[in-house]
Ligand binder design. Sequence first.
Ligand SMILES: [Ca+2]
Ligand SMILES: [Ca+2]
Ligand SMILES: [Ca+2]
Length: 184
Amino acid sequence: MLTDFQKLKIRHYFKLWDYERRGYIDFGDFMQLTNRILHIKGLSPDSAEYKSMVAYTRQLWEEVILPFADPKNEGKVSAEEYLRFAEHMLPIAKAMADRKEPDPYGAAFFQMMDTDGDGKVAYRDWAAFILAWGIKDHLVEHFTRMDTDGDGYITLDDLMALYNQFLFSDDPSEPGNYLFGALD
Ligand SMILES: [Ca+2]
Ligand SMILES: [Ca+2]
Ligand SMILES: [Ca+2]
């Protein structure tokens, strides 16, 4: 069972996808977010990176979200369906993380967040990424907390640790809880 704090994070995450606040997400919502990020990165639709991110988005939707979060095969996922999906998937993801199994989506996710593509996530990368999700409050404060060694960057290893905190932590003081902005 997820705690109330964990549910708050799942609902927050769902709302980021549900940009138009319709109460459900479909493939268009999924692609729209990817397109906003690709636009920020200034990538041409012909580029390999653009194509790989579109493929990643489609794969995530078709192979992970739809089969497990849309039991009625409606092609869309409501907030409640997403919460049940998270309750089912998070223990599996936690067991994988505990075994230090590579997360197949981690690198792609990092690539999206590294908006200028130099291999590390600086504040300006993360802020551009998070603004694409429609979040604008307390950005400097949250980035500063996530950059635990204060070198100005989040590395891939940092990101995976922060992402695991976002997914699994029940301790509101952990910085990874704010990877996707302030919780509301
Ligand atoms: Ca559904
Ligand atoms: Ca960067
Ligand atoms: Ca750092």
